[in-house]
Design a protein around this ligand. Sequence first.
Ligand code: TRP
Length: 476
Amino acid sequence: MPEKQQSIHGIWRNRWTFIFAATGSAVGLGNIWKFPYIAGENGGGAFVLVYLACILAIGVPIMIAEILLGRHGQYSPITSMRRIAAQSNHSKAWVLLGWFGALAGFLILSYYSVVAGWALAYIPKLGFGEMSQVTPDVAKKIFEDLLANPLTLVGWHTVFILLTAMVVARGVNKGLEKAVTILMPMLFLLLVILLGYSMMSGNFQDGLDFLFTFDFNKLTWDSVLEAMGHAFFTLSLGMGAIMAYGAYMPKNISIINTSLTIAFFDTLVAIIAGLVIFPIVFANGLEPGEGPGLMFVSLPIAFGHMGFGAFFGVLFFILVTFAAWSSAISLIEPSVAWAVERFNTTRFKATFFVALLAWVLGLGSVLSFNHWENMSILDGRNIFATLDFLTTNIMLPLGGLLIALFVGWVLQEQITRKELSPKIMQIYQLWRWFLRLVAPVAVLIILTVGLLEAFPEQKIAFTRFILDVFPSLKGD
Ligand code: TRP
């Protein structure tokens, strides 16, 4: 491989555009929508602590590995893996890692776009006062009505896919880079404005207590698993998005420092999002552990009862849209980059086809909230739930496991050393052992649990087996 940077897709102008892009990928619905509610359901503070440990012990080491792999490969994850395997005489099967990633991104995009569409739909709802002074029942009804109406959902889903395609079609420099350098600072600005609002008008002390008081009694094994899985999801790992972005990264940028920066920003956004949401929810006497309804029911009720609530509510849903948008472009980038390489076509055409396919598949998710709600694809799950489950619980951990094993055990060490050019050897060694041992074991646990969820009968047998082997666990 030539020493000079040669990615045919373009190259990030500097370290910060890469950080913005990767942070944009990482910061998404997961941070604003999912993190606060799973923290809510798992008791707050103690969960946050476990989550931080998972980010450092599993997330960051795998992120470093993924960026390194992308930068070494220089192409889309699929082509990169094919080239790397061929050059070093590794099994050709490693290309599956790339395929897996691109496929996962594509599948996630199809339903992510539908949920992002809800956020888009809420911008005018709050802006035109539809949610002002709503009672909980009415707020619930508004959300249910939205979900019951496939045409409206398709409309917003279409708008969101178009927004995403518009950016990706313009390429790395004119599209992705430009979008993230505008979106990310705006996102932080919105977040700070909303934090100010929550401090002034919300029940801030209760919010703080909730997120930072450690109540270890509420922490179960399930919470730990949830924290591990989420650390993975929130950093966009295991599926080539970060790998694709790594391919456009200049060679002189430190991968280790950059990964830590991205993990830091991602965590910061998740915690600030919690500090925006909980005080507002508490100030209105609502509950934190409401699951998905937290964002689309509880929060709109709260905004509807507060001074300037419509204005700040609109800002909030713009924030969510920006976060989802900058994630969506990295969901589709691996497939688009691959299509450009494979079919030697223009980015515009490649984007058009991939986006169209994702849009069509998204229709299945749209219908999962109404006409096809009760369809059962996988153990009672409809299309949306199946896609969500397969990608989050199976494909991402599997991808992450393969990446950790490949970079940790298969790839020649001189390559990892060259890409990381570590200044402090101890840190390099620490990373390597976390990648080789800690991350695979943790991910294997997540994956096993995920698989068992899919097959309830085997789960019962497996639980019995574990209890036979470790009888001391029974007291749980
Ligand atoms: N990290 C995103 C979030 O927190 C979700 C996500 C998972 C993602 N994998 C991804 C986004 C890959 C972009 C690319 O919402």
